[in-house]
Ligand binder design. Structure first.
Ligand code: ZN
Length: 352
């Protein structure tokens, strides 16, 4: 199963998004509208993807991504390409049980007429021989970013989205993507649904894939609604405890988590023993740049619960709303921090 990443010790990656250049979209904001149009926009997106790739390479990131330069938002850009969803008909709904957002409406059966990201993935594949990771929204997070006026059942709609995601994932795999990641921040909120059908729909989305698969579960971008919510969670964040047992038994290969500066007790990692873990060692909710030693400390703590060959240093979440210099410096810290721990491991007996 494990392919290109097997020779790299502590392969680094980002959770997904990186800031966009200011000539492409308004900086430091989510859902930022494009500044270009038509052909120029397509060209601009690809140029931004190349810049983002170069920044990752400069920082020594091992598993690279498109930095989500070709999408406006990690959920809605995918949904925009589907039939059955009306973007003109908007409703304000409470998403992640946390904040109100104006979202599109499901008005009929949902389907995917053609691929959404495959051309972009092919373009990224042409630019590098490094392992590449591509992020898609997970079924539960998709239904939580919509108003459903057709299925009237979160579960039914999630199964439909899972089928669509599986079609897209198979084409991404064929385009040469090494790891397909599903973003499921909703897994940290709707615990009963996660256990009743959330993990099952996610497994439907990865059915038949031969490439590696990951699920990213986090406490969200560093926006105010999220930082306010975090203040209510107390001194120990045990949300992961709810989904981990089921995920441990699932076919998902990698679990991507928020760790650094979070109040997530590291020993919760015991619950996903045997899985590869993308450990968030960069906080995206602050402009303070981690030192390489901060990153190394988080990784050392994780190594108490995760075998060295299963530990993947990562960022806590997407960096889209950060400024570019801050994001760049944080990436550098991630690469340098992973290097410190790599050297320690190679000089110790932990790798035998
Ligand atoms: Zn995230």
């Amino acid at each position: 199963m494990n392919t290109v990443t097997k020779k790299i010790l502590l392969p680094t990656s980002t959770a997904g998004s990186l800031p966009k250049p200011s000539w492409l979209a308004e900086p430091e904001t989510l859902w930022s509208p494009w500044k270009l149009q038509d052909k120029t926009l397509t060209e601009g997106k690809h140029d931004a993807l190349c810049v983002s790739l170069q920044e990752q390479q400069q920082a020594g990131i091992d598993i690279v991504s498109d930095g989500e330069q070709t999408r406006q938002h990690f959920v809605t850009t995918f949904i925009e390409h589907l039939n059955g969803v009306d973007f003109e008909k908007r409703q304000t709904v409470r998403i992640r049980d946390r904040y109100d957002a104006s979202v599109p409406t499901v008005v009929g059966p949902v389907s995917r007429q053609k691929s959404v990201f495959v051309d972009d993935a092919k373009f990224l594949r042409q630019q590098t021989k490094q392992p590449i990771k591509w992020a898609l929204p997970g079924p539960m997070t998709m239904i939580d970013t919509l108003y459903d006026d057709h299925y009237k059942s979160r579960e039914k709609l999630a199964w439909e989205f899972a089928k669509i995601l599986n079609q897209e994932a198979k084409e991404l795999e064929a385009a040469g993507v090494d790891i397909i990641q599903f973003d499921e921040p909703a897994f940290n909120v709707f615990f009963d649904e996660v256990n009743e059908w959330g993990v099952a729909t996610l497994e439907r989305a990865i059915e038949g894939l031969k490439c590696e698969t990951a699920v990213h579960i986090c406490y969200g971008y560093g926006i105010k609604a999220n930082t306010d919510w975090k203040k209510t969670l107390g001194s120990e964040w045990r949300q992961y405890e709810e989904a981990f047992p089921k995920l441990q038994k699932s076919n998902i290969d990698i679990i991507s988590l928020e760790c650094h500066n979070s109040h997530v007790p590291m020993d919760l990692l015991e619950l996903i023993r045997g899985k590869k873990v993308m450990v968030g060692a960069i906080d995206v909710a602050t402009d303070t740049i981690e030192t390489p030693e901060d990153v190394a400390n988080t990784l050392r703590k994780a190594l108490q619960f995760v075998d060295a060959d299963k530990l993947y240093p990562c960022t806590n979440c997407g960096m889209a709303p950060l400024s570019r210099p801050v994001a760049r410096a944080k990436l550098q810290a991630l690469g340098a921090g992973a290097d410190i721990v790599r050297r320690e491991l190679l000089n110790s007996d932990k790798l035998v």
